[in-house]
Design a protein around this ligand. Structure first.
Ligand code: ADP
Ligand code: MG
Length: 393
């Protein structure tokens, strides 16, 4: 068991460097489109301010190339201000004299949010010097950034090595819920996979072959599997270099007696149709491109979801950003929400789709991680969790 923030004593007056995952979607006008990740970090922040610590928060946002005003964390400070009972200040740097000065005058029980850690080259290089400069700012490091815990960055990994440390309450919550999926799955356990990042997600299917009873595959990922089975997919998105792995997975599933369900009908458009009329088909022939699962597929998937005792879902069933292709994802969200199963949902786009569907509150656990939750399921831990001290009992 890793040491958590609740195991720390004597926090009053201490400067806590809290690494959060405030990597939220922001539009061009600086408006935050989804505050889930901010909200989910509030319990840790509130705990620290109740303990009268001085809370200095670090996070990355997006993939900036150097300093980019559009990737500033300032809009996040505004959200924090509206949700916390204390003062929230913002400093447009992560290290240096200005930051040190601001921390010197930071009062107990108040919060100072620093600028995007990725504005500094050292962050993604996991640079020890950058980590040391951050370490100079505080007394204790607390990592609550589950969504980025699979990447060894300076503010998530190297910083943990430079200070006494602990994980936050969100991180603990994620570990508890995801461990439960791997260690004691309630059966039947149905895994629902979709989305577009086939190459990074295909490996995890092997893990689900071990731990799940049924694997449902939708979204763009399904076409790689359909083609691997020798079915027609038209012009749909296929990851060619994953066809061989897909074939192996289908074989392995058959040997192990596990079900892999693939779409049996589709919603798509013809690439040559300039009006982009939506068509519903059983087989994607010629220049048809599949963008969503069809009604028969929804029925097939729903039947499996209805009889599940545990569900893990990552990846939308279609190109849900376009309302014409959002139906499959929405219907699957509804089915998961209404099933008796213990449901865990993860993935950046999956979460926004589930939020948009209005069924988010009926899921049992929504993981703030995409790649991080998948990697956690695969390995049972993550590099930035491993680096934290064990609990002393
Ligand atoms: P997550 O962020 O939840 O892990 P991914 O990033 O893997 O999910 O995939 C989400 C993306 O997949 C969405 O942008 C969605 O539009 C896209 N997608 C899903 N199905 C299709 C499809 N049939 N064709 C093209 N894109 C798709
Ligand atoms: Mg995504």
């Amino acid at each position: 068991m890793k040491r958590t923030v609740k195991d720390l004593v004597g926090l009053k007056g201490k400067v806590i460097l809290l690494r959060a995952d405030f990597n939220v979607p922001i539009d061009d006008g600086g408006k935050i489109l989804d505050t889930t990740r901010i909200e989910r970090t509030l319990p840790t922040i509130k705990y620290l301010i109740e303990q009268k610590a001085k809370v200095v928060i670090l996070s990355h946002l997006g993939r900036p190339k150097g300093f980019e005003i559009r990737k500033s964390l300032f809009p996040v400070a505004m959200v924090l201000m509206s949700k916390l009972p204390c003062n929230v200040d913002f400093c447009n740097a992560v290290v240096g004299d200005e930051v040190k000065n601001r921390i010197k005058y930071l009062k107990e029980g108040n919060v100072l949010l620093l600028e995007n850690t990725r504005f500094y080259k050292g962050e993604e290089k996991c640079d020890m010097d950058f980590a040391r400069q951050m370490a100079e700012l505080g007394d204790i490091f607390v990592n609550d950034a589950f969504g980025t815990a699979h990447r060894k960055n300076a503010s998530t990994f190297a910083l943990a090595r430079s200070l006494p440390n602990a994980i936050g309450l969100l991180m603990q919550n994620e570990i508890d819920n995801l461990s439960y999926v791997i260690k004691e799955p309630k059966r039947p356990f149905v895994a629902i996979l979709g989305g577009a990042k086939v190459d990074t997600k295909i490996k995890i299917i092997n893990k689900f072959l071990e731990i799940a009873d049924t694997i449902i595959i939708g979204g763009a990922m399904a076409y790689t599997f359909l083609l691997a089975k020798g079915e027609m997919v038209g012009m749909s998105l296929v990851q060619d270099d994953c066809l061989e792995i897909a074939r192996e997975i289908l074989e392995k599933a058959e040997e192990a007696g596990k079900k892999i369900l693939l779409p049996i009908d589709h919603v798509g458009v013809s690439t040559s149709d300039r009006k982009k009329a939506v068509t519903k088909v059983k087989v994607l022939k010629g220049d048809l491109m599949g963008y969503d699962i069809g009604e028969e597929t929804i029925k097939l998937f729903k039947k499996e979801i209805d009889s599940a005792s545990q569900i893990f879902w990552n990846g939308p069933m279609g190109m849900f950003e376009d309302p014409k292709f959002a139906n499959g994802t929405k219907k699957i969200a509804e089915a998961v929400a209404h099933s008796q199963a213990y449901s865990i949902v993860g993935g950046g786009d999956t979460i926004s789709a589930v939020n948009a569907s209005g069924f988010a509150s009926q899921m049992d656990f929504i993981s703030t991680g995409g790649g991080a939750s998948m990697e956690f399921l695969e390995n049972g831990t993550l590099p930035c969790i491993e680096v934290i001290q064990e609990q002393i009992r």
